[in-house]
Design a protein around this ligand. Structure first.
Ligand code: ATP
Ligand code: MG
Length: 608
């Protein structure tokens, strides 16, 4: 035993640690991981979205963190630790005091200084580096930390999946250039690989998806999603090309469109209908005797400022009634900053919010020349359909809307009207990468996010270094987050059965549950202790269930906490010189193996 190549494992007794299992899931538990982590004694709620991590959870978190650290260190990153308490002033310098809104935990210290509990650390690290580095010679640089973050989420949900206090690994990289050796892209690719390694090593089934593009454009951001039906996020995937993106980002392939009615398509007359107190598209459609995919939905956006928008004030985004407008795509299509219109302001300008039609641009003051633009999704730009839509008057709709008849030549004026992909993708849409192939939809849990920031923070806060030619250059940044506590929960979401959790060996709190049937029986306890110490020597972590409980209770709790292997020391097997061996993931009773083989069997099972 003297030539061990691995550190000894931990051996602990159930009666010497704290595992307060519960018979039933507390009523507030809404997802499997929430219920199971509470029932299995891994955590307790202290306040909404705030939890104690009990010893079993802490062991899992420690193992996840160890994997994260190994992979981060392998990219050349250095670990550090920044404070959770942050001066509000830093968030004001980047405008994020406003962007974060109520999600930012704010407090005031005894001197009246405004302070925030850090939701993330771009500001703090940029502030650090603007005085700590001066020259391009100090770049590239990657720094990371594992730390508690605070976000006052409007709806904390699913236990650790969306907490208000949670553990995150956040890394930040700093570069002089985007391309080339030492550039942002090189670090980004290394992080992409490290993240893939981390989630694979944690035993997770995941998909990497394209997410929101940053200022650099292209695929500047990726999310790592655990594949799981209970996930909050929608992922779209093209089975043909492998393209995958989140619903905010997903492009849609080529769609045919045209405003003119084809020869042979009968025309319908335009008809105004009184539609008082109709809640939503569904209700109106039903009342009008059409399906939502025969309705046009017009959402009004307002330009953030007239300078960047070149004088445009309002943008009408038109999609089919059964589709959702995608704000990011609208912004990309118009090319300037805009947001959903303030309802009061839009009404005052003349838009009957809730009843707007694209033809509203015929009205005085709302014409294209007055600064109104229309962006139409291809599926809505169909001349062959007699559409139902708003009548530009409260409580009124129209039936039989014909694009060409109602709008005329304006539709061809590309200064004012544009057809573009501005809606969320969904299953069945054409793939943007493989003609003929259709997108499929699946659910996921975002456990990691990598992002090319560019110079957003360095410009806002003045982080620059001197380059070879003694010129001051803004530092180019990337940021890379992993939800460590969410990863633990996501693993449980993905890997459990009716009886409890099924931990992958790499992050299981202990590898082996050693159940002693009669803990007051000297022979059994002695055999268990010898076995545990041999398993520990072999590098395995062992939890001995030495409780004075009925076997039924022990087996039930054992399945609940979900360690990969259960060894059971009982009279019958012991008399035959054996011990019962059972995989958590396999049903049935398990098999008796000779005591002398037990360690090898366990090592094989855990390292498999
Ligand atoms: P979400 O969209 O789920 O709110 P986010 O995109 O705002 O998350 P990031 O700012 O990208 O989150 O944070 C990095 C990582 O931290 C996320 O990928 C996620 O794993 C984790 N995380 C974010 N918010 C929470 C939370 N409230 N509870 C637990 N983990 C979180
Ligand atoms: Mg994110």
């Amino acid at each position: 035993m003297s030539q061990k190549s691995h550190p000894a494992g931990t051996v602990q007794r159930w009666t010497r640690t704290l595992i307060p299992t519960l018979r039933d899931a507390p009523a507030e538990a809404t997802t499997p991981s929430h219920a199971l982590l509470l029932r299995a004694g891994f955590m307790r709620q202290v306040a909404a979205g705030v939890y104690d991590y009990l010893p079993l959870a802490w062991r899992v978190l420690t193992k996840v963190t160890r994997i994260v650290r190994e992979e981060m260190d392998a990219t050349g990153a250095s670990e550090m630790l920044m404070p959770a308490l942050q001066p509000m002033e830093l968030f004001e310098q980047t405008g994020r005091a406003e962007d974060y809104g109520d999600n930012l935990f704010r407090l005031r210290d005894r001197h009246g200084r405004e302070t925030a509990l850090g939701p993330t650390h771009e500001e703090v690290i940029t502030d650090l580096l603007r005085t700590a580095i001066t020259s391009y010679r100090q770049l590239p640089l990657i720094l990371y930390q594992v730390q508690t973050k605070f976000r006052d989420e409007p709806r904390p949900r699913g236990g650790l999946l969306r907490g208000r206090e949670f553990i995150m690994k956040d890394a930040y990289s700093f570069h002089l250039a985007v391309e080339g050796v030492g550039g942002l892209n090189e670090a980004y690719d290394a992080m992409y690989q490290a993240y893939s390694n981390i989630f694979r090593r944690c035993g997770l089934d995941f998909t990497v998806v394209e997410a929101e593009s940053g200022p650099i454009g292209g695929s500047a951001s990726h999310e790592f999603m655990v594949n799981c039906e209970t996930g909050e996020d929608t992922i779209l995937r093209c089975p043909e090309s492998g393209y995958a993106a989140n619903v905010e980002k997903c492009e849609i392939g080529e769609r045919k469109w045209g405003f003119d009615r084809g020869a042979g398509t009968p025309s319908a007359s335009l008809e105004r209908v009184h539609t008082p107190d109709m809640p939503g598209i569904e209700g109106v459609a039903q009342f009008l005797g059409v399906t939502p995919d025969r309705m046009l939905k017009t959402i009004v956006f307002e330009a953030a400022d007239a300078v960047t928008s070149g004088g445009v004030k309002w943008v009408l985004a038109v999609v089919r009634g059964d589709h959702e407008v995608n704000e990011g795509k609208v912004k990309a299509a118009i090319g300037f900053r805009a947001k959903l219109a303030d309802e009061a302001r839009a009404k005052q300008a003349g838009f009957a919010i809730g009843y707007v039609s694209p033809a509203v641009v015929q009205q005085t003051g709302l014409r294209p020349e007055d600064g109104v633009r229309v962006i139409i999704d291809p599926d809505a730009a169909q001349g062959n359909i007699a559409w139902a839509t708003g009548a530009d008057e409260r409580d009124h709709h129209v039936r039989g809307f014909d694009w060409r008849r109602e709008m005329g030549a304006i539709l061809d004026d590309q200064r004012y009207v544009k057809v573009a992909d501005i809606r969320n993708a969904r299953a069945g849409d054409p793939s943007p990468r493989a003609p003929g192939s259709k997108l499929v939809e699946q659910r996921g849990i975002e456990v990691g996010h990598i992002f090319k920031l560019g110079t957003k923070y360095s410009d806002a806060m003045g982080l620059a270094v001197l380059d070879e030619g003694q010129q001051r250059r803004s530092v180019i940044m990337g940021c890379y987050g992993i939800g460590v506590s969410r990863t633990m929960a996501a693993c449980v979401e993905m890997s459990h059965d009716a009886e409890g959790i099924i931990w992958p060996a790499a992050i299981a709190p202990y590898h082996i549950l050693l159940t002693v049937m009669k803990p007051d029986d000297a022979a059994q306890i002695q055999a268990a202790q010898r076995l545990a110490s041999d398993l520990g020597e072999a590098g395995l972590d062992v939890l001995i269930d030495d409780r004075d409980e009925r076997p039924g209770v022990k087996f039930k709790d054992g399945d609940l906490i979900g360690l990969p292997v259960r060894l059971t020391v009982g009279d019958k097997a012991l008399a035959a010189g054996g011990v019962e061996f059972k995989h958590r993931s396999e049903a049935g009773k398990g098999e008796v193996v000779p005591l002398g083989d037990a360690v090898a069997r366990c090592v094989t099972a855990v390292r498999a």
